[in-house]
Design a protein around this ligand. Structure first.
Ligand code: ATP
Length: 226
């Protein structure tokens, strides 16, 4: 029963997104697309109107005001995202109020390391650095090491890569990728864009794409070899 309830909560999260700039609006849209309820808030009337058709609710309001947050019924939300970046004072004030009012899951966007440090010190549950993280990710794609690069934590990464000629027509068991490279092929796509889980008997063909997971060092070595 408790498990069912937890599952339901994850499937239908009620989220308030504060700041509908490029980051906030994209995040809010994706939440709605994946079935969540989103209240989008911004001080900019134009942005609020632009998003009104796409989000569950939108409101023009200044979230640095505690009375405004109470009026919005902030205690009812499962999560809040503070997507204010440039105005650091507004970001800090809003995050601090959300925490004070007991929002259980506060995500805050940081535009710099020092901004992030302050948000962490305040007690924000999650601090994200979109520009910094996306910059790192794109660097690996630009250099041609991988088609995509997703850090899972500091020392664990998932990459998307093309299957090299040397792997053509061999299955994963034969290739002994885990033993030889200390990384794991987790999924394969046969060029139709649909990924399927990889098994020892999965046969790779050059031109296929694979998703590989592993620690940074072995994964870098694997990318240099293939
Ligand atoms: P992005 O890169 O996502 O476009 P940014 O990092 O430049 O954003 P800001 O422009 O500071 O960040 O903030 C994003 C949005 O947050 C803006 O649309 C702004 O109007 C809104 N915003 C700023 N302060 C508040 C506030 N106190 N309450 C609600 N919204 C706010």
């Amino acid at each position: 029963m408790a498990k069912e309830k937890a599952k339901r909560r994850i499937l239908h999260t009620n989220v308030i997104v504060i700041g509908l700039g490029r980051f906030g609006s994209s995040l809010a849209r994706e939440l709605v697309r994946t079935g969540h309820e989103v209240l989008g808030v911004d001080t900019d009337e134009k942005l609020v109107q632009q998003m009104a058709q796409e989000l569950t609710h939108t409101v023009k309001a200044d979230c640095t005001d505690e009375a405004v947050l109470s009026e919005l019924g902030i205690q009812e939300f499962d999560a809040a995202v503070v997507a204010i970046g440039a105005d650091i004072e507004a970001s800090i004030l809003t995050t601090s109020l959300l925490l004070q009012l007991g929002v259980p899951n506060v995500w805050a966007k940081a535009n710099s390391k020092s901004h992030g440090r302050i948000l962490e010190q305040l007690g924000a549950h999650h601090v994200v650095f979109p520009e910094y993280e996306m910059g790192k990710r794109v660097a690996h794609m630009v250099s041609g090491e991988s088609l995509d690069y997703v850090p899972i934590d500091n020392d664990f990464v998932m990459i998307k890569s093309k299957v090299p000629e040397s792997f053509h027509n061999k299955n994963l068991a034969e290739l002994k990728i885990r033993t030889n490279y200390e990384v794991t092929v987790v999924a394969v796509t046969k060029g139709d864009g649909k990924y399927a889980p990889a098994f020892p008997e999965t046969v790779l063909e050059s031109g296929d794409q694979i998703v590989v997971a592993g620690q940074v060092e072995p994964l870098n070595k694997f990318c240099r070899v293939i």
